[in-house]
Design a protein around this ligand. Structure first.
Ligand SMILES: [Zn+2]
Length: 80
């Protein structure tokens, strides 16, 4: 199955079996696109708690922030 990335529009192979967790970066093609989307949300001052479904594990926020740190993206970076 193929899926179009919601961030950059890249069409990528999307491997998923029903009943298993969705791919880590879904609906994006890569961690970078997921991070870019999250940064957009943060820049618009939406909270992560609002952006994510309540069913997400409580540590998801920390995982995403850790991924952002790995990518060199700092949501708390103040350019002022
Ligand atoms: Zn993408």
């Amino acid at each position: 199955m193929q899926h179009t990335c919601s961030m950059c529009g890249t069409v990528y192979d999307f491997v998923w079996k029903e009943g298993t967790p969705l791919p880590k970066n879904f609906p994006f093609c890569s961690t970078r696109c997921k991070a870019a989307d999250l940064s957009k949300w943060l820049n618009e001052e939406y909270t992560i708690a609002t952006a994510l479904p309540n069913t997400m594990p409580s540590d998801t926020e920390h995982e995403i922030l850790a991924e952002l740190a790995e990518l060199g993206v700092c949501p708390d970076d103040d350019t002022d």
